[in-house]
Design a protein around this ligand. Structure first.
Ligand code: GLP
Length: 261
């Protein structure tokens, strides 16, 4: 796949390195809070996995303290596993429900994910794209990054203009995610529905989160490498409003941040 010229020539990712994962969570919660205070019906793009957990914890704290209202907020998940029963604790729908949901006063139905439980999955993908568009698009997309550079479940080789679709998980991703399945790789589904890279890139603002040394290689490649479908997160280069917010451990391999700098 050819890489559009503007992506190859412009590095737009703003880097912010913070001392800890908790500090990352506070800074990103500040961003969410600004959006919620500025807009009547804000639309959040919600990641799951470990990376956004400190952000969600901080949002819950601010909600409980009465500092933040989620009235009118809508949220869209990036992806969902195919093959798990509805309500399974590892489904991203269940994860986001237990992380945010009514813990921050979100009304039932305010958060949507790709509907992997319907018979016609192609239709589910199409309707998910329509639902995002009908909501007016995503104002602020939170993203994690896989150790192989995936975002959502757009694995290496994904087209930069891809839309919500059925995708196969890379074997490395299944190993990485087995920690959410009691360490059993075989229990990790092989397929999912994921927003495409083209879908994700339409968000008005994107914040990519990475914490821990296991993300340091991916972070270094994102900040120093060229855009390539081999490294899906590089599709974000050229986006007009994207930040990478990381802790010191994830920054370790960046020029100027390592021990020998
Ligand atoms: C998972 C999810 C992504 C997530 C990423 C990083 O496989 N599909 O949405 O952002 O990989 O996960 P983690 O934050 O747990 O490292």
């Amino acid at each position: 796949m050819s890489v559009p010229h503007h992506q190859a020539s412009r590095r737009t990712i703003k880097l912010r390195v913070l001392p800890s994962a908790d500090a990352v969570g506070r800074v990103i919660a500040d961003e969410v809070q600004c959006l919620l205070q500025q807009k009547d019906a804000p639309v959040l793009g919600l990641a799951t996995g470990s990376s956004p957990l400190t952000t969600y914890q901080e949002l819950r704290r601010r909600f409980a303290a009465g500092d933040l209202s989620f009235a009118g907020v809508r949220g869209f998940l990036l992806d969902e596993y195919i093959g798990l029963p509805r309500g399974h604790v590892a489904t991203y729908a269940a994860v986001i429900d237990s992380e945010l949901g009514d813990r921050v006063g979100l009304r039932a139905g305010a958060i949507m994910g790709p509907d992997v439980w319907r018979a016609d999955l192609e239709k589910a993908c199409h309707q998910y794209e329509e639902a995002i568009a009908d909501a007016g698009g995503i104002d602020l997309q939170l993203l994690g990054i896989g150790s192989n550079g995936h975002i959502g479940f757009n694995e290496p080789g994904s087209d930069f203009s891809s839309r919500t679709r059925i995708a196969r998980l890379a074997s490395r991703t299944r190993v990485d995610n087995s920690r959410f399945f009691g360490g059993d790789v075989e229990a990790v589904p092989t397929h999912c529905l994921t927003q495409g890279l083209g879908t994700i890139r339409e968000a008005r603002r994107i914040v990519l989160i990475a914490t821990g040394a296991s993300k340091s290689k991916a972070v270094a490649r994102l900040m120093t490498g060229s855009p390539s479908p081999d490294f899906p997160a590089s599709a974000l280069q050229g986006h007009p409003a994207v930040s990478l917010v990381i802790d010191a451990a994830a920054a370790f391999l960046l020029p100027g941040f390592g021990q020998c700098a």
